[in-house]
Structures are given as C-alpha cells and as structure tokens.
Design a protein around this ligand. Structure first.
Ligand SMILES: Nc1ncnc2c1ncn2[C@@H]1O[C@H](COP(=O)(O)OP(=O)(O)OP(=O)(O)O)[C@@H](O)[C@H]1O
Ligand SMILES: [Mg+2]
Length: 241
C-alpha cells in the first residue's frame, strides 16, 4: 500500500493555483497528442475542455491529474511538480485532493457500490462508520442508494457512472476531473450529475475540469478550452479564457 502523505489544501490560500500546466507536450510515436498547452486551474473554476475526437482532451485531463507524464513541460499542483514526486506521493495526492469520473472501468469490480464509494475515504483515514454514512448519502443524492450492496457487474452502465460520481465526490476533492461524465446517462440523470458537480464548485469552492463533446454539458462550465490537434485554439463563444 502507498505511503499516506498529507497534502494540505491550506497550501493554496496564498493564491497559488490548484493546478498549473506549462508547455505540455505529449508525443506517441509520430502523434502529437498535446503540442504546447498551458492551463491554470484555480479554486472555484469550472472548465470545459472541448474539441473533436483525437484532439487531445483526455490526454490533457490525464496530464493535469498526474496519470500521464508529459514528454515536455510540467504540471504544478500547489506549486509542486507532480512528475518529480515519488509514485506513492503522487497517488496520495490523487486520492486526497482529486476526484475522477471516467466513463468506463473505474469501479473496482470485486467491491460493492458502498465499498467503492467508501474506499478512498477509508484510505484517507476516515473511520468506517462516517465513511459509510457519507457514501450512503452520496449514493442517495445520485439516486442509486438501492444499489449499495451490488457489484459493478450487477449494474447498468448509467448506474455504474452514477456510483462513480458518488465515489469521486464523497471524499470532498479539491479538483474533480471528469471525462464525458454523462456519456452513459439519460437527460434527467445527466442533469442531476452536472447540477451536483457544479453545486460542489460553488459550495466547497473546489474546481471542476470536464471533458465533453456535448454543448449542453459545456454550457454548465464558466470557461471553455477548445483543443485542436493538441493545441488550445480560440473558443467560438469568445476569446480563449
Ligand atoms: N496511449 C496512446 N498511445 C498512442 N496514441 C495515443 C495514446 N493515447 C492517445 N493517443 C493519440 O493521441 C491523440 C489524442 O488522444 P486523446 O485520447 O487525448 O483524444 P480525445 O480528444 O480525448 O478524443 P475522444 O474525443 O475520441 O475521446 C489521438 O490521436 C490518439 O490516437
Ligand atoms: Mg477522450
């Protein structure tokens, strides 16, 4: 198990951005997935990353969250370069300060919904009972409380996605990274998820970085970052922000 390094949110009080990416380049063979991207994420930000398929959106999200190391450039979290941290420091950082919502394969298949949602809180040192109470309340908010004892293989794709949202939000992350978080959901549940994500930004002053193809999803965010061929280009709704 990784060592439990504390990452204090207090580091950000002096106005240091939550995450700052500088000159990110990611190359896969001849493909430039990212070609010089700068982006700053501050408390209270909600940012939609949009662009056509293959433009580099997921790669950018993975770099910002320390899941992929850039070929060039750096990602600073509370002023520290996430790619010079040890693996255990980086996983502690992700567990304590980041929440992830991806479309597929992020729930642990052997664990029930309740265990999946409680897991990171337990690893962060929260006791079993408060972790389960919080997990139950998030499952309720997402309309999947009755699935608490089921494993992912016993749920639909949309139900798994809502459990994954509960899992991301329950520990109270500083930044929520979401890649097509409503891709498996009907309109009503998609709106429920987006409302909850945006509510968290305003209530807790965390930040949301959401990758989407869907203009309705992008409209929930305050800022839009448009990628084309791995570069940020001006947004159709105004100047790049
Ligand atoms: N692990 C990898 N190995 C090789 N090439 C990759 C890898 N990951 C991404 N790419 C390539 O990098 C480019 C950007 O991919 P990325 O997944 O970031 O696109 P995207 O904007 O998220 O697309 P989509 O909307 O289809 O999800 C694509 O050309 C893709 O084929
Ligand atoms: Mg993608």
């Amino acid at each position: 198990m990784s060592q439990n390094v504390e990452f204090s949110p207090g580091h950000d009080k002096g106005g240091t951005p939550l995450v700052r990416a500088e000159g990110l380049r990611v190359t896969y063979g001849l493909t430039r997935a990212l070609d010089g991207v700068d982006l700053t994420v501050e408390r209270g930000d909600s940012i939609a990353i949009i662009g056509s398929s293959g433009s580099g959106k997921s790669t950018l999200l993975h770099c910002l969250s320390g899941l992929v190391a850039p070929s060039e450039g750096r990602v600073l979290c509370s002023g520290r370069d996430v790619n010079v941290m040890s693996d255990s420091e980086r996983s502690s950082l992700r567990r304590q300060r980041f929440g992830f919502v991806f479309q597929f394969g992020q729930l642990v298949p052997e664990l029930t919904a309740m265990e999946n949602v409680s897991l990171n809180m337990r690893l962060n040192g929260v006791g079993r009972r408060p972790a389960e109470e919080s997990a139950r309340s998030w499952l309720r908010d997402l309309g999947v409380e009755e699935l608490a004892r089921r494993r992912p293989g016993e749920m639909s794709g949309g139900q798994q996605q809502r459990v994954a949202v509960a899992r991301a939000l329950a520990p109270g992350p500083d930044i929520i990274f979401a890649d097509e978080p409503t891709g498996a959901l009907d309109t009503a549940n998609g709106e429920l998820v987006l409302d909850l994500l945006i509510q968290q930004v305003s209530i807790r002053r965390c930040a949301l970085v959401v990758v989407t193809h869907d203009d309705k999803v992008a409209a929930y965010a305050e800022r839009e970052v448009v990628l084309r061929d791995g570069r940020v280009v001006p947004s159709a709704t105004g100047a790049p922000r």
